[in-house]
Structures are given as structure tokens and as C-alpha cells.
Design a protein around this ligand. Structure first.
Ligand code: AMP
Length: 518
């Protein structure tokens, strides 16, 4: 089934209902949205001469046109390639070249960057006269595509190396939609989704379940995340859901004194990076029990595990805190396994790589057979995340495999140390990485953003109270901000590089783990 069918169906079932608003201004109803989709699809095929399977890059901020363009691509049998609007021209150039795109839609304000990428293909500025003229084109026929055809080329956020294009098929995205309904939230035509997080990533993927049910897509006028604007929009819409990375949730919590309209926030879905226990508890206190967590990755979009609203608010459960620290249980349509190096399942509580299989898992990366074989060997997607599973199936992520610190032969999971440091009231943000150490291989280094004045001695005593001695940081670096990618993920690789470049390789006088057992 072509995903564009979802929009066709919504136009028939909910034709008069608002499909897209910008702020609180209705841009189009579902009837009008489908009209635009079919017309743009017609223009893409006839005026631009695109053929099924051709790639169309969307280098756009969050604008109302995002919704119609995604569906227009699918309607015409094309592959949409959403690219984060904050990317540098060189990064855009990489995606344009790797995907061999035939056309690029650019939102106002990014023309210069798009031109600097020297794409050698037509650029169309959304909202321009030429763009709105597309609405007058002769509607194209809905393309007949197979389930296994790529719908969305999802360039993984690339915390290491060049990004790879995860090929999300029509079937993958349909599975994601069904898992949204079964594991994240039900959706009704009277609901809304507020797209404050980038549409090129999770928020854009969540357009799909909302279009499927005729709910309204609310695009903030700022085109991005602004806590005050979000609270204003909450006052103007009903039953609002939104997807937010953990840093955005923290910013919402910080602005929650101004929590106008909070009663209209139905569901706050968070994920995409670790959310620490203290932050979840802070969000409950400020925003109420409205949270759902998802764990996914570009290769199984938004669909590996989920921690439901029920589990967030089930405070009386004997394992409540342990569950809150987890990413929840496997979503309905996928199987999750914690595996050893041979991909064999490990016992309850043992740490290994998280593997996933099911209809949301990509068939491979775009024109990269080697990476595809490696990621999908033995019929499982290898997430590169390390985790454990308890007897009830709750998965707790300990770290990315490559972030694990091995000091004096002992495994140290940075996440565990970060959780402890974040409990200190003067610590705002923290990232723990391994620095090279001649004697111990690696030593634990904490990069700390302060909330209020605090020194390394105090943090050291604090760690000693809460974590095994050998795990505590031997070095604190106080910084104004942590380096993050465009989706808010901390770039640990960059922190490690800083250490490699700037630090002498002298062994610590009182090295970690001396005389201590793991
Ligand atoms: P991306 O492909 O850019 O969406 O990044 C996926 C990666 O983000 C995963 O492999 C995890 O390392 C991390 N991630 C996603 N969701 C969560 C979550 N709920 N908790 C912790 N890490 C997460």
C-alpha cells in the first residue's frame, strides 16, 4: 500500500477538518490537503519529469509545506529525503550527492546554504510564487508502489563518520504507524500534534499516524522549538501531542511556571537520547503524567521499545523506579533481543547489544551493501546500543557500544555515572567519556555544565557516596555547553577528540580501580 493512501482516506473521512495549521491559523483542511498533494505529485511527474524511485530532497525548516510535500512524493512514487534545515552546506552537499537527488525543496532562509551546496539540480523555494503555482497543476494518479519500495531516505544523524541513508519502506512506516497506535497513544480526529521538533526526524515521522486519523498538524510560526510559543499554542489547540528530545523536555519544564494550556497537552512523547531519571521526575512534577517514552533509531524508526503512560504513572508498582529508568518493552510488532557477540540471547540482567527484528526494520542502507550486511547480519538489526532486559521484558539502555569505557579491565557505563552526577543540584548537564590513560587504558572524564557553583572535590565526594570508587570520574572539565548535533544528541566523539588533542598522557597518580574489583 502506498502511504499516500492515508491522506486520500483522511480527505474522504475527515475532509472538512483542519489538516495543517500554522500557529492557530488553518492552512488547509484534509480535503484541501489531498488536493494539493495530488496536484504537486502531478507536477513532479510531468513538469519535472521525475520517475518512480527518484529522490527529492526536503531541506526545510518546520513549515506547513512539509506535510504536503512528503505525501506528494509518495503519491508520485518518489522517495522523500528530509534533511535537517540546520545542516551546513557541505553536509547538505553530501546528502544530495549520495542520494543522487533530482530536485530539492528549500524553505525560505536556507536558499543561500542550498545554493552553496552546488546541487546542480533544480531548487524550489517553498511558499514562493512558483511553488504555490504547483497547486494549480493537473492532479497525478496515485502511484502503484510495492510495500518494499523506499518512501523515506533517512540519513542517520551521524555521530560517527558519514551519514548513511536508511531506506524506510512504505511497509516500515506503516508498521511504525500501527505501533504508534498500539504502544504510544490512540489518536482521534479531534486531536492535534504540535511539530516543534525537526520534521526531518521524529516529529516528521509522527505526521503519519496523525494524518491516518485525520488529526491536525500544528506547525509553530517560529518553525522550531520555543517553550513560550508552545505554551501559547497549547492554549489554542485541544488534545495536543508532541514529540520532544530530552533536552526539549527539560526546556519545557524550565518554562513550566508559564504552563498556560497545560491541560490541553495530551501526550508528550520523548526519546532519541537518554532521559535521566531526575529529569523524568522533574517533568512529572511540572507537567503531570503525560509522558510516553519511545526508543527507536533511523533503522527502525521510532519503533523498538516504548514505556507507556501507564507505566509512567504507576507509582505504586514495586519496580516503578527501575521501570522509569528503562526504555520500556518491545513495541507490539517487533522482537527485541539482548545478545552476545554471536547474536545469541543473553540471560535476564546480562548486558549485551540490543537487536531488533520486525516489519519496521529497514531492508538496508542506500547503495551501501557492506554497511547493510553488517547492520542486518543473522536477520537482526544491530542497534549498536548496549542494554539489559529484566524478567518482565523491560529494556534498560546502558550506553552506545562505542561509548563504553574500559578502565583497568573494568567496564564502566557512562550513563550510570551521568545519572549520579545529575542528582547533584548544582549540575545542569553532564557527559562522561573515556580519556586515554597509559596505565589503565582509559580513565573516566566528566564534562559538566554547572547549574550553580560547584567544584571537582565536591562532585568527587558526591560520587563516592553513590557509585563504586572505580567508576567515579578522575577528571572534571567544566564547560559552558556540551557539543550536540542538530537533534540535541551529545557528540561524545567530539569530547573524546578534545581530550586526545589537549591532554598529556600522564597516568593518574591515584588511578581508578587500583586494588578494587569490578
Ligand atoms: P537516530 O537514528 O538518530 O534516531 O539515533 C538513534 C539512537 O538514539 C539510538 O540507537 C540510541 O542510541 C539513541 N536513542 C533513541 N531513543 C532513545 C531513548 N529513548 N533512550 C536512550 N537513547 C535513545
Amino acid at each position: 500500500m502506498n502511504l499516500a493512501n492515508l491522506a486520500w482516506r483522511a480527505a474522504r473521512l475527515y475532509g472538512e477538518r483542519p489538516a495543517v495549521t500554522q500557529g492557530s491559523r488553518t492552512v488547509c483542511t484534509y480535503g484541501e490537503l489531498y488536493g494539493r498533494i495530488a496536484a504537486i505529485a502531478g507536477a513532479l511527474r510531468t513538469r519535472y519529469g521525475l520517475k518512480p524511485g527518484d529522490r527529492v530532497v526536503l531541506f526545510m525548516h518546520n513549515t506547513p509545506e512539509y506535510v504536503e510535500l512528503l505525501f506528494a512524493c509518495w503519491h508520485a512514487g518518489l522517495i522523500a529525503v528530509p534533511v535537517n534545515a540546520k545542516l551546513h552546506a557541505d553536509e547538505l552537499a553530501y546528502v544530495l550527492g549520495d542520494s543522487e537527488a533530482s530536485l530539492c525543496f528549500v524553505s525560505d532562509g536556507r536558499q543561500a546554504a542550498a545554493a552553496a551546496a552546488d546541487p546542480g539540480i533544480p531548487l524550489m523555494v517553498t511558499g514562493s510564487k512558483a511553488y504555490t503555482a504547483l497547486y494549480e497543476s493537473k492532479p497525478g494518479a496515485l502511484a502503484d508502489v510495492s510495500e518494499t519500495q523506499t518512501a523515506w531516505l533517512f540519513y542517520t544523524s551521524g555521530t560517527t563518520g558519514n551519514p548513511k541513508g536508511a531506506m524506510l519502506t512504505h511497509e516500515n512506516l506503516r508498521a511504525m504507524v500501527l505501533c504508534y497506535f498500539s504502544d504510544v497513544d490512540g489518536v482521534a480526529p479531534t486531536d492535534s500534534i504540535l511539530h516543534a521538533a525537526p520534521l526531518s526526524h521524529g516529529s516528521g515521522l509522527y505526521i503519519l499516524p496523525h494524518v491516518a486519523q485525520g488529526a491536525c498538524n500544528v506547525i509553530p510560526e517560529s518553525g522550531s522549538f520555543d517553550a513560550a510559543e508552545i505554551f501559547t499554542l497549547l492554549s489554542a489547540h485541544q488534545n495536543v501531542s508532541m514529540f520532544a528530545a530530552p533536552t526539549m523536555v527539560k526546556r519545557l519544564v524550565a518554562a513550566a511556571d508559564d504552563a498556560r494550556g497545560i491541560e490541553n497537552l495530551k501526550t508528550l512523547v520523548y526519546g532519541g537520547g537518554p532521559m535521566y531519571l531526575a529529569d523524568i521526575q522533574g517533568a512529572h512534577a511540572a507537567l503531570g503524567f503525560r509522558l510516553v517514552q519511545i526508543y527507536g533509531q533511523g533503522e527502525s524508526p521510532m519503533t523498538i521499545t516504548a514505556l507507556s503512560k501507564y507505566h509512567h504513572r504507576n507509582t505504586q508498582h514495586p519496580h516503578y523506579t527501575e521501570r522509569l529508568k528503562s526504555v520500556g518493552v518491545a513495541q507490539t510488532l517487533v522482537a527485541v533481543r539482548i545478545a552476545d557477540g554471536d547474536d545469541e540471547p543473553l540471560a535476564v540482567g546480562e548486558t549485551g547489544e540490543v537487536l531488533v527484528r520486525g516489519p519496521s526494520v529497514i531492508p538496508g542502507y542506500w547503495r551501501n551493501e557492506e554497511a547493510s550486511r553488517e547492520a542486518l547480519r543473522n536477520g537482526w538489526l544491530h542497534t549498536g546500543d548496549l542494554g539489559t532486559m529484566n524478567g518482565d521484558g523491560f529494556v534498560t539502555l546502558v550506553d552506545r557500544a562505542r561509548d563504553l569505557i574500559i578502565s583497568g579491565g573494568a567496564n564502566i557505563y557512562p550513563r550510570e555515572v551521568e545519572e549520579v552526577l545529575l542528582r547533584h543540584p548544582h549540575v545542569a548537564e553532564v557527559a562522561v567519556v573515556g580519556g586515554r590513560d597509559e596505565e589503565w587504558g582509559e580513565r573516566v572524564v566528566a564534562f559538566v555544565v554547572k547549574q550553580a557553583d560547584v567544584g571537582s572535590d565536591e562532585l568527587d565526594s558526591f560520587c563516592l557516596q553513590h557509585v563504586a570508587r572505580f567508576k567515579r570520574p578522575r577528571d572534571y572539565q567544566f564547560v559552558d555547553a556540551l557539543p550536540k548535533n542538530n537533534y540535541g544528541k551529545v557528540l561524545k566523539r567530539e569530547l573524546r577528540e578534545r581530550l586526545d588533542q589537549g591532554e598529556p598522557l600522564t597516568p593518574d597518580p591515584s588511578p581508578p580501580g587500583r586494588g578494587e574489583k569490578k
